[in-house]
Write a protein that binds this ligand. Structure first.
Ligand code: ATP
Length: 331
């Protein structure tokens, strides 16, 4: 695997890591994508109902939303493959609806499904595509980057699903684009393939590329994205980092445990009883915005009574919890 990718994979919490010189250079350049009041109607039905977006140079931006929310419509407008009904769109300094070949060479696209030439080898296919660009990446380097170096001689038509997807990514990268659109890049991947795809994408960010990612996997957005926008029914319903999206950082946590059979519920510490529900089976659930304080009280209480709480659990809202809440209310 390529050095750049391995370096990215070494940092598990990569979003918090310091910016590389390539990132610093590109983020100084300002927004790569700017969208104001974007609308799209199909036969009089509004699919995109006036959205605003700004994607900065050098960031991974994740675009989430349920089926039919309008993600593909938006992405294809940004890529210049679909006409908008209204609003302003600027991608790499140009309107995608009017931009020419030079502009297109600066963006890389990984579609949900692609049809590379089945009879060509992986290497031949990449070399062919490299010829379409003014300043392509080297084929060998690109194969290393996506983890396909050992399949360079295989016919494209004989690749597995996951390998095909890696080839799709390689084809999007061969022109050495500044901006890369990844539409559900890991759908159908096994867990190991997904992990290595994430490392490839993290490696792109570390090279200073801007990545616009659509995905249905919350853990993918959480691992990769610097910022996330959630689209529902053609409107942006939330935007932020994985930690703050939809007020996630200020949402209450749930402390749960099973009450030991010999302990009556009335004996629980008063600090806990204010926000507690207890099922007939003795399952206790306390909702709190300061779980640490409540855990302290609970630990002291349990130690004083000499009881253990073996299934004690603290559940903070996950990105998926927040996402489901956001998209449920707006359906
Ligand atoms: P998914 O997650 O399922 O890929 P999406 O968020 O990408 O969904 P879009 O494909 O953008 O959603 O579709 C948004 C809405 O626009 C849907 O109601 C869809 O039926 C409609 N739509 C998309 N393309 C067309 C088209 N060519 N003609 C008419 N309606 C369309």
């Amino acid at each position: 695997m390529n050095v750049e990718v391995s370096a990215a994979s070494e940092s598990l919490s990569r979003k918090g890591s310091a910016q590389t010189p390539a990132q610093q250079e590109s983020s100084a350049a300002g927004p790569v994508i700017e969208v104001r009041g974007l609308r799209k109607t199909y036969d009089g039905t509004e699919a995109i109902a006036g959205i605003d977006l700004a994607v900065r140079a050098g960031e991974v931006f994740a675009f989430l939303g349920p089926n039919g929310a309008g993600k593909t419509t938006t992405v294809e407008i940004l890529e210049g493959y679909r006409r908008r009904t209204g609003g302003e769109v600027c991608v790499l300094g140009a309107d995608p609806a009017k931009a020419g070949r030079d502009w297109r060479a600066r963006i890389g696209v990984v579609l949900q499904e692609s049809e590379p030439e089945a009879e060509l080898t992986v290497q031949e296919c990449l070399s062919l595509y490299a010829g379409y660009y003014p300043r392509p990446r080297r084929v060998g380097e690109t194969l290393e980057l996506v983890g396909l170096a050992d399949r360079r001689g295989a016919r494209c038509g004989r690749l597995s699903g996951g390998q095909r997807r890696r080839l799709d990514v390689a084809l999007a990268l061969i022109g050495d684009p500044e901006l890369i659109f990844l539409d559900e890049p890991t759908t159908g991947f096994d867990p190991a393939a997904r992990q290595s795809a994430w490392q490839v994408i993290a490696g792109l960010r570390d090279l200073g590329k801007t990545v616009f990612l659509t995905t249905h996997y919350m853990e993918e957005a959480e691992y990769l994205a610097d910022r996330i926008a959630v689209l529902a029914a053609g409107r942006i319903v939330a935007e932020g980092t994985a930690a703050t999206l939809g007020g996630r950082d200020t949402e209450a946590s749930i402390i749960s445990f099973t009450l030991p059979p010999e302990v009556p519920a009335a004996d629980l510490p008063p600090a806990l009883t204010a926000s507690v529900t207890i099922t007939a089976g003795g399952q206790v659930e306390a909702t709190t915005k300061s779980p640490l304080g409540l855990l302290g009280v609970l630990a002291e209480w349990a130690a004083a009574r000499g009881v253990d709480l073996p299934d004690l659990d603290v559940h903070r809202p996950t990105l998926e919890d927040v996402y489901l809440q956001l998209t449920r209310v707006s359906r």
